[in-house]
Design a protein around this ligand. Sequence first.
Ligand SMILES: *Cc1c(COP(=O)(O)O)cnc(C)c1O
Ligand code: SF4
Length: 370
Amino acid sequence: MSIASKEERLKRYAEQGWKEQLSQYVNTLERLKEFINVTPEEEEAIETLHTKWGTTPYYAALMDPDNPECPIRRQVVPCVKEKENSYGMEDYLIYKENRATGEKRPDSIARQYTDRIAFTITDVCANYCRHCFRKEVVLDQKLELRFDIDEGFEWIREHTEIRDVLVTGGDPFMLTDDKIEHVITKLREIPHVEMIRIGTRTPIVMPQRIDEGLKKVLGGYHDVPIWINTQCNHPREITEYTSRAVYDLLSCGVNVGNQAVLLKGINDDVETFRELHQKLLRVRIRPYYVFYCEAAPGIDHFRTTVEKGAELIRDALRGHTTGLAQPMYVIATNIGKIPLMPDYYIVDKNEKEYTLRNYKGETTTLPNIT
Ligand SMILES: *Cc1c(COP(=O)(O)O)cnc(C)c1O
Ligand code: SF4
């Protein structure tokens, strides 16, 4: 069967609802071949890696059928390089989420800060991202966690210092409307919870999920707001359907931010990095974080140098484009997220003044108040 043109495919699949997206899920070699010309290496990876993979027909339709280096394709199709692991840490999530420390917590609760926690409620996703830092739970299923949400609610209720609950996964929007409504309602009943955050890739990989039913669950005025962060890593992931989904979320009073992952060969060049952040604003998504690709096992091939993200902010964003397009570059660690800024700003400092440098290399001075 020949592969239809990209526009034809996208149109054909994008108009379907989210349940159809899932019933026509792309997670077999045969299905994948309807979208791309699978290379022998890709076929080998699919047949020999013991890992979960798959995506929605909508997101699959965005892949370049002929180029295995396509930035979307590399996030979807397993790669033989996932077998190599020179720099990743085994049991990464145990370390990263402080699961071996003294504090007793349910599996669903990851804690690094005093006032906020990550609450994992599912390990199911719409797209199984090859670079996922939680791959030991989500893709490889080597680490089994109990997602007992009632146990999670109970823990949060007992910890009155928690004011911000980040609901995560997996992808929480893979749950039914009723289940999502239940989680939101239960959290809003806890007096010290001031805000709910949801991490979901669906606006990017399955924008059809933001439908009338979900809008009803999320909409209306509430004193406990919902903030969403999605994950978009490349400008080609942003379509008219993304734009509509984000607009609908905003219409429900839900803000939408982005948490990109810095990925070698996907978004680590100046042009792509700038275009990604400009295009996010065109569909009303506010760049929030860019993450250094974490040291999970089997994703060495996606990792850049640590400094790369700060260099890209220096060379592609700060001063070069809109202030709203500036994310913070962070390294996520077991002791929290650590921001890394470009280090060119302060050229010199003496008792009298600071010498500051801008993005063009020009300098200026500022009095030093001692
Ligand atoms: C990322 C994360 C948070 C939220 O961090 P923010 O910087 O507030 O976005 C909270 N808890 C855990 C365990 C996290 O990994
Ligand atoms: S959607 Fe998130 S949790 Fe799921 S595979 Fe992608 S990065 Fe991992």
